[in-house]
Design a binder for this molecule. Structure first.
Ligand SMILES: Nc1ncnc2c1ncn2[C@@H]1O[C@H](COP(=O)(O)OP(=O)(O)OP(=O)(O)O)[C@@H](O)[C@H]1O
Length: 304
């Protein structure tokens, strides 16, 4: 396991910010760490990176106890509110961070690679104080990656970004999947992560509510729901019932309600079937998403 915690707990006075968390994240996975504001995500991450000491329980990073040098060397961390040396240029800052991590002359080349990768090459020689919010997030990600860590821990890397800024970060994280890096990324908006994470843990009031494959959570909580209107609803229901890309189908009023954990498959198969049968598609709208499933989990009091 890349991350393994047992009864990980942190209390601040009466507040159990993280409460008996047993978490396991496999090497190479892209793991979403999701929960509403105040759920304990930042506190848990700070224990994993060794910035906070657990009140109870333990955390291990690839077998090394969290907080030890051996564990820290494996981790790249981008905090929720990154703090930079504002008067440095982006390039100098990255090289400096690389050297601090013991990289030597390779830091220079690595900084250029990362600036390039994160669309910051043109800003390499600008001082950080003039950077926009989006540029700061990207620089923070570059900083986390400078020493080629095995595990990236990213605290809400897309928070407060405009859609373009979000897209650049998410696309960058998607690319990491191919490199086998383990990514542990938090957000309070599951929809932002669900397109690229493979496993997810959901945290509420310091406790893990659920930890599973994204696809399992999607099907457990109904997956994606669609409302479909056609010229012959009954015939369509008869045609699609029992197909492996359908979890549930029924007629509700003037529409067919469909739940599926394979929405893309569903949409393309439905269109093929309707065309073959000469049935008209009069309306197709998305009714629910993992985000709604998440809202149900949050509201459902399912914590152990
Ligand atoms: N240093 C601290 N002293 C006292 N209470 C704290 C401290 N740090 C966190 N808390 C409390 O612990 C709980 C969890 O906070 P934490 O920041 O870990 O949540 P979070 O899930 O990261 O939330 P957000 O998405 O808002 O950052 C909150 O109730 C918070 O007020």
């Amino acid at each position: 396991m890349m991350i393994e915690t047992t009864n990980l707990t942190k209390t601040f006075g009466d507040v159990r910010a993280v409460d008996g968390m047993d978490l396991a994240v496999e090497e190479g996975s892209l793991h979403g760490f999701v929960g509403p504001n105040g759920a304990g995500k930042t506190t848990a991450m700070q224990m994993l990176v060794g910035l906070l000491r657990p009140t109870e329980g333990e955390a291990y990073i690839d077998g090394e106890k969290a907080g030890t040098i051996a564990a820290k060397e494996k981790i790249g961390y981008a905090p929720q509110e990154p703090a930079f040396h504002e008067s440095m240029t982006a390039k100098r800052y990255l090289v400096y961070m690389g050297k601090t991590a013991g990289m030597g002359s390779r830091a220079n080349e690595r900084a250029d690679e990362l600036l390039d990768w994160l669309d910051l090459a043109d800003a390499a020689d600008q001082t950080i104080s003039g950077f926009s919010g989006g540029m700061r997030r990207r620089l923070s990600l570059a900083q986390a990656m400078i020493h080629e860590p095995e595990l990236l821990i990213l605290d809400e890397p897309t928070a407060e970004l405009d859609p373009t800024g979000r897209r650049i970060i998410i696309e960058s994280l998607e690319e990491l999947t191919e490199e086998g890096i383990t990514v542990f990324v938090s957000s309070h908006v599951l929809a932002e992560l669900e397109q690229f994470i493979d496993t997810v843990s959901i945290l509420r009031d310091g406790q893990l509510v659920e930890t599973n494959d994204v696809s399992a959570i999607q099907s457990e909580y109904g997956g994606q729901a669609f409302s479909v209107e056609t010229s012959d609803d009954e015939r369509v229901v008869a045609l699609i019932e029992g197909r492996e890309w359908i979890s549930e189908v029924r007629i509700e009023g003037d529409a067919i309600m469909v739940a599926t954990d394979q929405p893309d498959e569903f949409k393309s198969e439905l269109q093929t079937l309707l065309a073959e049968e000469g049935i008209l598609l009069e309306g197709l709208s998305e009714e629910g998403s993992l985000e709604e499933a998440f809202a149900d989990i949050m509201a459902g009091g399912e914590a152990e």
